[in-house]
Write a protein that binds this ligand. Structure first.
Ligand code: ARG
Ligand code: ASP
Length: 711
């Protein structure tokens, strides 16, 4: 008897996890409360989202338009990822005072650093408004419907009664079958409070990115400031810390496998309801094309970055961003294959088709449209990636745009100023000689992979890398685009104003051979690819809207959630390890000992700060050790997350913060297209590690005093 009970307890976690059939990013006003409670949640949907009284949603914000952050003290203290605050931390860094390397901890509120331009958005209300947007659009053509709906949205927004710091955003859900209005309050005075050194906040860097087991303290702290009436205001030294409606208590209890968590934030984009043919194209065409281009670019950059420190620093952030999705797409392709996504979707289409012949018709139309679109979509994937990664080509395109503006008379002072700023930033981290190599290789790849029809006449001459390099080198020496010809020495000194002062600028640009190449490539793309691509895409979008509705009407058993679209969502799951490959099984949690196992002194990815080593050696863990005597660092769970969920709070059954979401496990990144609880895991920083770093490592006790810590 005793034995069976023990056994039941031992297998409980996995039973619970697989009780969760699917993922889901739920609109907070329409939670799947029953399953959340079945998985262990003790609070109720009303505690999560409530417009009548303070609720958890009042502590969750979109950080600077991309990431998520949460309020963790009654004085407006904000927690988000280190990689989300990276730009701000970098902006306050100089060679003498390098906050990225050394970390930063304000001693008091006076020491907190302002970040002009950074915003934080609270969602104060969510209402479905489909009946105000959709009626009358049913029988219009896709193009007409688009215009009609856009007008209804504008009309609806005009009726909203708003405070000066509020706005309403109306977003389509379920591929345009429903519309929801979000009331948003934007705060604009956001100050940097604290950040660990990169050797904690970015520990493992690109090698460990998307990887489990993970040991990254990916967090930073900011604070929201408001005016004297506690309302949003532009930055002013007279502003005061914001008093939030709600702030999250922070738990430092041990986590165990099977524990319920939910992640509350702003997931960016998913496509879970595509037909099988679309997924097939992603696996066969789109992802491999993007990966191929980035492979070439990354290898070329890496050679010089390894050989030369200055280049490494200059290209670090760019390299990380190119590598981020390169790695994600390769995980996505593997995961889609491994989870049999296409076969699963085909079987589902069959099942629905048997119930409703309209589904069969729709799938047949999809097959036709996607097949027709395939060559354009493939060319588009190559073109976009080549232009993005061949920096000189991207630069040339910026000038093409500039010349267009000038010649059409729309290059006003504001535009020119902002273009100059863009250029200044571009040149700061640009190495023309290095990029000549990247560009030479990417042009050759493009010549090889692109059918004749999509290429300008004579482009075949670019199929040879070494010859390209010679050509580009020759051009570059004369090219104002590459910045290597001194137009009065200006680009080299990065004196952009001087360049724009030249009366012949436009003529000089138009004579530049690299400019001409970019212009030709771009106009062929604009003629031969883009119109067909987008015309077919409009048809696909309209059909997807129909297919979404068919799925919802036909599949009565399934509970549907809308794809992510950067709006506030709740996803839930249980703390859980994984079995990503045959005979491989991962635990759910890592610890400080694991940081030390990865430690490589002086390495740019795996160095560990001396103070952290000291704490580790003395085992000076205070209240942050778990019952095994370790400080837990990261953990995984079955929450269905995506890009934009970075910085999202992971909250336990009782509503306490237990983790900070920052990544996913590589083997499960197909979750954007086919979430599979067998393989998909989100990765979070344990709150114990965050508080340990703030307390023991940084000695920033004044911050801990603001927080409500649940022991
Ligand atoms: N993979 C995570 C996300 O998609 C983290 C990215 C930042 N870290 C990095 N090493 N690039 O955003
Ligand atoms: N790292 C991602 C982010 O920055 C999160 C993810 O893709 O899982 O939002």
């Amino acid at each position: 008897m005793k034995k069976t009970i023990l056994l039941a307890i031992a297998i409980l976690p996995s039973v619970v996890a697989f009780g969760q059939k699917a993922g889901g990013m739920w609109i907070p006003t329409e939670l799947n409360e029953k399953e959340m409670k079945d998985l262990g949640m003790k609070i109720s949907a009303k505690d999560i989202f409530n417009t009548q009284k303070p609720s958890i949603k009042d502590a969750v914000v979109q950080f600077n338009g991309g990431c998520t952050a949460e309020v963790i003290s009654p004085k407006g203290l904000l927690l988000t990822n280190h990689h989300c605050g990276y730009g701000q931390i970098q902006a306050h860094s100089t060679v003498e005072n390098d906050l990225l390397s050394n970390g930063f901890w304000a001693k008091n509120t006076e020491g907190e650093l302002p970040n002009p331009g950074v915003t934080v958005d609270f969602i104060t209300d969510i209402v479905e408004v489909s009946d105000k947007i959709l009626p009358g659009s049913e029988n219009l053509s896709p193009e007409e419907a688009k215009k009609y709906i856009a007008k209804n949205i504008e009309d609806f927004k005009a009726t909203a009664k708003l405070k000066p710091f509020q706005k309403v955003v109306v977003k389509p859900m379920y591929d345009g079958n429903k519309y929801y209005a979000f009331t948003i309050e934007t705060f604009k005075d956001i100050r940097l409070v604290g950040a660990p050194p990169q050797s904690i906040g970015k520990f493992g860097s690109d090698t460990d990115n998307w990887v489990w087991p993970r040991h990254t303290g990916d967090f930073s702290l900011f604070r929201i400031y408001a005016d004297k009436n506690n309302q949003p205001a532009e930055y002013s030294k007279d502003n005061v810390p914001y008093t939030p409606k709600y702030s999250l208590p922070i738990s430092i209890k041990d986590l165990k496998e099977g524990d319920f968590t939910f992640v509350f934030g702003f997931p960016g984009r998913t496509t879970e309801y595509l037909p099988s043919i679309a997924v097939e194209k992603i696996i066969q065409d789109i992802d491999p094309a993007r990966i191929k281009v980035r492979d070439v670019a990354l290898k070329t950059l890496d050679e010089k970055m390894r050989a030369d420190d200055a280049t490494r620093i200059k290209y670090a952030s760019k390299y990380a961003s190119v590598a981020n999705y390169w790695k994600k797409w390769s995980g996505e392709v593997e995961g889609l294959k491994k989870s049999n996504a296409v076969a699963k979707k085909q079987a589902y289409e069959q099942k629905l088709g048997n119930l409703n012949p309209e589904v069969q018709k729709t799938i047949a139309q999809f097959n036709q449209l996607y097949t027709q679109q395939a060559p354009y979509a493939l060319n588009d994937a190559y073109y976009q990636e080549v232009v993005r990664n061949a920096e000189t080509l991207r630069l040339a395109n910026m000038f093409v745009n500039y010349v267009n503006r000038v010649e059409s008379g729309s290059a006003n002072q504001d535009y020119t100023n902002s273009f100059k700023k863009t250029l200044t930033n571009f040149y700061k981290n640009y190495d023309g000689e290095l990029d000549a190599k990247v560009t030479a290789k990417l042009l050759a790849l493009y010549a090889e992979k692109t059918p004749q029809d999509f290429l300008p006449n004579g482009f075949q001459q670019f199929s040879e890398v070494n010859q390209n390099l010679q050509t580009i080198e020759n051009w570059s020496k004369n090219s104002i685009i590459s910045g290597r010809k001194a137009l009065d020495g200006a680009f080299i000194n990065q004196d952009i104003d001087k360049v724009f002062a030249s009366p012949q600028l436009v003529a000089t640009l138009k004579n530049d051979p690299f400019y001409q190449l970019a212009l030709t490539l771009g106009s062929i793309y604009a003629q031969k690819t883009y119109p067909q691509l987008s015309q077919l895409q409009n048809q696909i979008d309209a059909l997807q809207k129909k297919y979404m509705k068919l799925q919802m009407d036909t599949d009565k058993e399934k509970k549907f959630f809308p794809d992510a679209n950067s709006t506030l969502r709740v996803t839930y799951g249980v703390v859980k390890g994984s079995n990503p490959r045959d005979a491989v099984s991962y635990g759910y949690q890592t610890s400080l000992s694991g940081v030390m196992e990865k430690y490589i002194p002086g390495d740019y990815e795996f160095d560990v700060p001396k103070r952290l080593i000291d704490l580790y050696q003395k085992k000076d863990y205070g209240q942050y050790a778990d019952k095994t005597g370790e400080v837990p660092v990261n953990f995984t769970a079955t929450n269905h997350t995506t890009g934009g969920n970075s910085g999202s709070p992971a909250i336990d059954a009782h509503g306490n913060l237990v983790g900070l979401n920052f990544d996913r496990q590589w083997e499960g990144t197909m979750s954007d297209i086919n979430f599979d609880p067998r393989f998909s895991r989100n990765i979070m920083v344990n709150t114990k590690y965050i508080l340990f770093v703030i307390d023991k490592f940084a000695d920033a006790k004044w911050l801990l005093n603001e927080m409500k810590i649940v022991k």
